[in-house]
Design a protein around this ligand. Structure first.
Ligand code: FUL
Length: 437
């Protein structure tokens, strides 16, 4: 159940706290990633940038089908690869000669971003973009001139014609351009352009500033996951903090940069016929959910459209099965009608259920608008076996951080009285939810 929020006279914020946009972003929990472009047709993961524009030729492009699928799956937004490393732009980018405008698809008049942003609006979803700084096609890549072109590319997408953009995904990859050169990215310039046009957009990279990469592409956040990060001296890509830091954050980190978990429903990021029988199972997806959303992270699940330009039947069916499985698992909070009392100076929450109930998952939430505070906790149940000591408390789960949401799977337990004991906290703990499933 959700616990009461404080009006006015509550605890003071602790440490770095989320902006209103970051708070709203965290509450989205589950978004769709869409990898789509020439690689969909070539079967490559990283296109070379030399592919003919005509390679991009979806036969039945239907962005409304993507949006309808995301909506029905329970997702809140869609982020599309507007430009991947091959440099091909899914919109007519005036800064590039390698775009939909140079292809024969729809006689060069097509614009995937226009169709997807309209579909998102229609279905009440937020719209976001991945725009790769690494560009294997642009002849200017590897020279200072490219930074200006990339900044104007960002301005073109964020300038307003696609409506509000909730997230800008900056891939850290920095490889060679067509001349074999690497680029020195001007991150302050790129950030300032996004800020100027989309002040509330969450900027993703290894080091934020809006949210950070979780450090792997397997869908697994760390059990200890601080939403705070120190970024001094680090850059996205090769200059990023070590993977385990990206996984865990920094316990006393100076900035609020929560983890985003990106993973594909298929082995590859782009669609391939040969992977139609390797779409992740509901069980895989449920494990990913618990180790991402259930570990203080947002899940960005990649569902790549096929060469028709549609989400394949196998993937969409799996998403619906997964939604049904989540509803079965999390649909009824067994603590919804519990009596919850705070004890011990606000470090212990006692939960009394109306009767003995069996559960196998505990969900805890912190009011992160006040910062992330809890560093360790235990969940205990009161012994109900009269043969054992009466009134004793028995620890059934232990953990470190909580953050926005923490789901702890346990063995099936039956209890009527439980308590959540915060054993370590940087400031008075402020839980916003306790649930049993
Ligand atoms: C990586 C890229 O190199 C992959 O192709 C993919 O886009 C993934 C989400 O990010 O850095």
């Amino acid at each position: 159940m959700l616990l009461g929020v404080f009006a006015g006279c509550g605890p003071k914020p602790y440490g770095a706290v989320p902006t209103p946009a970051q708070l709203e972003w965290q509450q989205m929990e589950y978004n769709m990633f869409v990898h789509f472009g020439p690689n969909t047709f070539s079967g490559l993961e990283w296109g070379h940038g030399t592919e003919a524009e005509d390679l991009f030729a979806p036969t039945e492009l239907d962005c409304r089908q993507w949006a309808a699928t995301a909506k029905a799956a329970g997702m809140k937004g869609i982020i599309i690869t507007a430009k991947h490393h091959d440099g091909f732009c899914l919109w007519p980018n005036p800064e590039s000669t390698h775009t939909v405008a140079q292809s024969s698809w729809r006689d060069g008049k097509g614009d995937v971003l226009a169709e997807l942003s309209a579909a998102c609006k229609e279905y009440g979803l937020k719209f976001g973009v991945y725009i790769s700084p690494w560009d294997r096609n642009d002849p200017a890549y590897g020279t200072p001139e490219y930074n200006g072109k990339f900044a104007r590319t960002l301005a073109d997408v964020h300038g307003g014609r696609y409506g509000e953009i909730f997230e800008q995904w900056f891939d850290g990859a920095c490889g060679e351009g067509p001349d074999g050169k690497k680029q020195e990215y001007d991150w302050p310039l790129f950030h300032s352009v996004v800020r100027q046009y989309s002040p509330d957009a969450i900027m993703f990279s290894d080091v934020g500033p809006g949210c950070r990469w979780v450090g792997n592409e397997r869908g697994i956040a760390c059990e200890t996951n601080w939403s705070t990060l120190d970024t001094d001296g680090f850059t996205p890509g090769a200059g990023a903090p070590p993977r385990d830091t990206l996984q865990q954050g920094n316990v006393y980190g100076a900035h609020w940069i929560p983890a985003e978990t990106d993973v594909s429903i298929r082995p590859g990021w782009f669609w391939r016929e040969s992977e139609n029988d390797r779409v992740k199972s509901v069980e895989d997806l449920m494990n990913i959910w618990i180790s991402s959303v259930g570990r203080n992270s947002l899940l960005l699940l990649n569902v790549p459209p096929d060469t028709r330009g549609r989400i394949h039947e196998i993937d969409s069916l799996r998403l619906m099965e997964f939604r049904a499985a989540r509803e079965a698992a999390f649909g009824t909070d067994l603590a919804e009608d519990a009596k919850i009392r705070k004890r011990n100076g606000g470090r212990v929450w006692e939960i009394e259920l109306p009767e003995y109930r069996t559960f196998s998952m505990i969900q805890l939430q912190e009011d992160i608008s006040l910062g992330q505070r809890v560093s360790s906790f235990e969940v205990q149940i009161q012994n109900f076996d009269v043969a054992l000591a009466t009134g004793g408390w028995w620890t059934i789960a232990e953990g470190t951080t909580i953050g926005y949401k923490r789901i702890i799977p346990i063995e099936h337990r039956k209890a009527r009285k439980l308590r959540v004991v915060v054993t370590g906290s940087h400031a008075r703990p402020v839980l916003s939810g306790i649930s049993l499933f």
